[in-house]
Design a protein around this ligand. Structure first.
Ligand code: FAD
Ligand code: NAP
Length: 337
């Protein structure tokens, strides 16, 4: 077990924030992971896990051990004429797994193309995009408890998935390391193209009867044209969750802002956070090296050498202004470290 000491983390987080890990280790197999967590327990030091670093904001140096997850492997564990159950090791890159599934014509995750990060982080916030969430294809995951070292299989129900949420962001936060995730994909895919501008993109591609390969390509095209590429401008995707308000609160807002966009969902009315932020004139805001992206008000950005705290403070100012204007408290989606 060899640690790199005082290791810069700039290349391990998509915000490209300059911060250091007291100790850093890349893990390629389960035995090394076990050895590392056992060492951390014995020495009474904290362990922090990074997959792709695309959903964290570093606001200080990280004390203790930072583990970079590089556990790899894709296994079909069961299949019949209709379904295939695939077990993905947690250090696999999410988008590469989507491309693998699409190539084999296994349907269910094509709408989740081009989401950065790892398989292991996907259940943490029940990743979602273009009308599909991880929970729609999730079968189970295997995790290891960080103090008892007990291994446990979590079923769909046990993960308590919600909108960008799971038990791993709530009562079990920081207690488990996810080793692998099993998804149930379909061999007879039905494309889900009702969301947003997927249909328009397919029409632009002259495709009337799309395959999942076409849907994946369309999503990749839309995302590439709309979202800042973290390799060029540091960011962690949507910084805030889209708020869900009660029907009565929504009616009040609608009377004040008849143009307000909304989506009725099972537990209320979802309002795009980007609209609330843009309405308060934050879109394109820039101060020094940090700001709000000029095309995507939900995406906070590091143009060069911003500090994590600059971005955190900016997010607090945005939360306050949205609270004052609309009586809605935006919740951060990104994990603050
Ligand atoms: P990290 O940032 O490395 O980790 C996130 C959190 O999970 C940390 O707290 C970490 O400790 C914990 N964690 C990571 N791996 C494990 C593990 N194996 N066991 C236990 N804990 C773990 N998200 C969406 O939902 N939908 C989108 O469409 C989307 N688009 C994005 C677009 C861009 C440009 C960017 C930059 C981000 C986007 N995101 C999106 C957010 C992000 O990609 C996802 O949340 C992704 O799942 C994070 O994966 P990661 O491996 O980078 O996680
Ligand atoms: P968009 O398609 O312009 O949509 C804007 C907003 O409207 C989002 O809040 C989205 O909710 C909501 N919405 C649109 N159509 C909907 C429908 N049919 N039913 C319910 N809600 C609907 O958004 P975008 O910014 O270009 O992103 C496209 C997709 O990628 C979205 O699903 C978004 O969540 C996802 N994305 C996520 C991140 C991240 O970091 N989390 C980053 C980029 C993109 P939802 O967000 O609930 O879908």
């Amino acid at each position: 077990m060899q640690f790199e000491l005082n290791k810069p983390l700039k290349d391990f987080n998509t915000f490209h924030i300059e911060a250091h890990a007291e100790k850093l280790i890349c893990i390629e197999d389960e035995a090394s992971l076990l050895e590392t967590v056992a060492f951390a327990k014995k020495e009474k030091i904290n362990t922090h896990f990074i997959g792709g670093g695309s959903n964290i904001l570093l606001t200080k140096n990280v004390q203790g051990i930072v583990v970079i997850n590089q556990l790899k492997g894709i296994k079909i564990i069961q299949e019949n004429e209709e379904f295939v159950m695939v077990n993905f090791s947690s250090g696999e890159n999410w988008h590469e797994c989507v491309l693998w599934a699409v190539e084999h014509n296994y349907g269910g995750i094509e709408n989740l193309s081009l989401i950065p990060g790892t398989i292991g982080a996907s259940p943490i916030q029940n990743i979602g995009a273009y009308g599909v969430e991880l929970k729609d294809v999730f079968h189970s995951l295997e995790a290891i408890h960080l103090t008892s070292f007990e291994k446990k299989i979590f079923t769909l129900e046990e993960c308590q998935f919600g909108y960008r949420d799971s038990i791993f962001k709530q009562q079990e936060k920081g207690n488990w390391f996810i080793l692998n995730v099993t998804l149930q994909l379909t061999k007879n895919p039905v494309c889900n193209i009702n969301y947003g501008n997927i249909k328009d993109e397919l029409l632009k591609m002259n495709i009337e009867y799309p395959s999942i390969q076409d849907v994946s390509k369309a999503v990749i095209q839309i995302r590439s044209s709309k979202l800042p590429n973290p390799a060029e401008i540091g960011n962690a995707g949507s910084f805030f969750k889209n708020p869900i308000v009660s029907h009565s609160h929504f009616e009040e807002l609608k009377s004040l802002y008849p143009e307000i966009p909304f989506f009725t969902v099972s537990n209320g009315v979802k309002i795009p956070a980007a609209w609330l932020i843009e309405k308060n004139n934050w879109k394109g805001f820039k101060e020094g090296d940090y700001g709000v992206h000029k095309n995507q008000a939900l995406v906070l950005v590091n143009y060069n050498n911003a500090k994590g705290n600059d971005i955190l403070n900016l997010s607090t100012q945005i939360i306050t202004s949205v609270q004052q204007a609309f009586n809605i408290t935006l919740e951060r989606e990104v994990n603050i470290w």
